[in-house]
Design a protein around this ligand. Structure first.
Ligand code: G3P
Length: 225
């Protein structure tokens, strides 16, 4: 597979995957870090980034970032600071942490200069059209009403996924889809609809067998290639 598909697992602030449970959770996915056909990224709370880097060999992204340089910016998360701990990308504007277009634009300005990868999360086709020209590495389409639920975005909004893929096709931006994604069929469908991969949280973190669930997602993606 020349250009591997991508799965981003968002650990959110779930009890099962953060703080004292972070290392155990990442350990429960043992073996997946060697997966060759799909790029696997863990999106980790800023509180846990250092530990995630220290105790696992996953590719780690932050769940959020701020458009500031290093300096007198209390409580902010500068891209340079993330790069110093070898965190090379971040979610931006997640539905649970919306930041608005001005801040997104500033983050994109800095990230381009520093070669930092961004995943701009969007809730609609209109937002995908607005942010694709900024050329993030990824646009992640996630309808907020489906997040954490039982109905997958691939079932509820297939035509919007196709439209988002079309909107991003001219700008080399990879499209991820998320919200309610749970199994191999959902992952398979996302690729069939033209997406590059999935952004997933509860389907892995809340699963009684996270490793099996993540393997299922990877299988669904590779089956469609
Ligand atoms: O960032 C991923 C997320 O918002 C989707 O959540 O639980 O529906 O996979 P979930």
């Amino acid at each position: 597979m020349g250009n591997p598909h991508t799965v981003i697992v968002n650990l959110k602030n779930y009890k099962e995957s953060t703080g004292q449970n972070l290392i155990g959770f990442l350990g429960s996915l043992k073996g997946i870090e060697n997966e060759k056909n799909v790029r696997i990224i863990m999106a980790v709370s800023p509180l846990d980034l250092v530990n995630a880097k220290k105790y696992s060999s996953y590719e780690i992204f932050s769940q959020t970032v701020d458009p500031v340089p290093k300096g007198a910016f209390t409580g902010k998360i500068p891209i340079e600071g993330l790069l110093e701990i070898d965190v090379k990308g971040s979610l931006v504007n997640h539905s649970e942490n919306r930041i608005g277009s001005e801040k997104i634009e500033s983050i994109m300005g800095i990230s381009k200069k520093l070669n930092f990868e961004t995943v701009i999360c969007v809730e609609s086709l209109e937002e995908a059209r607005r942010y694709a020209p900024m050329k993030p590495e990824f646009i992640a389409y996630e309808p907020p009403e489906l997040i954490g639920g039982e109905v997958s975005v691939t079932t509820a909004a297939p035509s919007i996924i196709r439209d988002v893929v079309d909107a991003c096709s001219g700008s080399d931006v990879k499209v991820l889809v998320g919200a309610g994604v749970k199994n191999a069929d959902d992952a398979n469908k996302s690729i069939e609809l033209g997406a590059h991969g999935v952004l997933i949280a509860s389907g892995i973190v809340k699963s009684h067998d996270p490793l099996k669930s993540l393997k299922g997602i990877i299988q669904g993606i590779t089956d469609s290639c």
